[in-house]
Design a binder for this molecule. Structure first.
Ligand code: SF4
Length: 365
């Protein structure tokens, strides 16, 4: 039996007559206090991972947060979509480890954006690619449209020394090819560049884009790493960031870059191809060229907490409210209030900068 939020005044008390709220069609698109439309949800479906990357504690100590039942994620998705979410990115840990993932994608594929009911949700997934070869076709058939593979290197020796999983590079490359064959292309390959760790791979990644027909996206390293004593752990510092200008200079030395127009206004990557039109490179530069002004994203962690920004200092317990039997109308009002408090931007490199309350691996990307 749906109940009102225990510590949340019912809409009637707060002057909002709950019965006047349209149940399925929200009264307006979800926006934050800066007027930014919130249309993208990143949902982590597990904190577990099958890689043991040297710079990641989870790779050493295992998952830190619980998974929720797939039905709970599906319920949360329905509430978010009714508020105007149009893009969903499934993440982890490693999402392909999650039982029931195909069912969740099928459910999401049946949902229609509240403000564009004649269209489909844009459903994407980010994976380390290790299990992709065997799952690419079923994922596509379930309704997945786009896939991104996270890679730190494109030679087998370096790749294996990072993941500490023998044969991992071949598995990932086979997975990428299977995804292309299954119609999930063009596959995006994300690489977080860290100086002195994998910045030697820039030229090789450019060639990988041209030979494999994938979109390689270089990402500036952000202070979202875990604290760890693990050998090889990379702590963020300004000098560990390989900035956009340097990446462009290195790539131009390989072959002349040609800038491409953005696909949409909130796209985080600057897009390039080479002068012969072969290969596509994206550069995501949150440190040297922040894009918070157009931020359209919120995140849901594997244990059901809403994070309004990668650098949030707090979580908001969606799963907890659902477990109290809170009705969807009250959940929508509660989410709107949280989004009103979404951070304006990050403050990387500024005096007083605070690291977020969770590291990237436990947020999900
Ligand atoms: S740092 Fe926060 S506000 Fe800026 S783009 Fe990322 S999530 Fe959005």
């Amino acid at each position: 039996m749906a109940t009102s939020l225990p510590h949340f005044e019912s809409p009637a008390i707060s002057g909002l007559n709950a019965t006047s709220l349209p149940v399925e069609m929200p009264f307006e698109r979800l926006r934050d206090s800066y007027g930014r439309a919130i249309t993208d949800l990143r949902l982590s479906v597990t904190d577990r991972c099958n890689y043991r990357c040297i710079y990641c504690r989870t790779g050493t100590d295992g998952a830190q947060y619980t998974d929720l039942p797939i039905a709970d994620y599906a319920h949360m998705l329905r509430v978010f979509v009714s508020l105007g979410i149009e893009k969903i990115r499934l993440t982890g840990g490693e999402p392909l480890l999650r039982e029931g993932l195909l069912d969740l994608i099928r459910e999401a594929a049946d949902l229609r954006p509240a403000f564009a009911p004649d269209t489909k949700l844009d459903i994407a997934l980010t994976t380390n690619g290790h299990l992709l070869a065997g799952l690419a076709k079923p994922l596509r058939e379930a309704g997945l449209q786009r896939i991104t593979v996270s890679m730190d290197a494109v030679d087998a020796e370096t790749f294996t020394s990072i993941t500490r999983v023998p044969g991992s590079f071949q598995r990932v490359r086979d997975g990428i090819r299977a995804a292309q064959d299954a119609g999930l292309g063009p596959v995006k390959v994300n690489c977080v560049l860290m100086r002195g760790f994998n910045d030697s791979q820039i030229e090789a990644f450019a060639e990988f884009s041209r030979t494999e027909g994938v979109i390689v996206r270089f990402i500036e390293f952000m202070p979202l790493e875990e604290h760890s004593e693990a050998p090889g752990h990379r702590a963020w510092a300004p000098e560990t960031v390989v900035r956009m200008d340097e990446i462009v200079e290195r790539l131009n030395a390989v072959r002349t870059l040609v800038e491409l127009p953005p696909n949409h206004i909130s796209e985080t990557a600057r897009r390039f191809t080479f002068d012969d039109g072969i290969g596509e490179i994206g550069i995501i530069a949150p440190v040297s060229r922040p894009f918070c002004g157009h931020c359209s994203r919120i995140r849901l962690t594997s244990d059901g907490k809403i994070r309004t920004c990668l650098f949030s200092q707090t979580d908001h317990d969606f799963a907890g409210l659902m477990s109290h039997g809170t009705c969807d109308d009250d959940l929508r009002i509660w989410i709107r209030r949280i989004i009103q408090r979404k951070e304006a931007r990050h403050h990387i490199g500024e005096p007083g900068f605070l690291k977020p309350s969770r590291s990237m691996v436990h947020i999900g990307g």
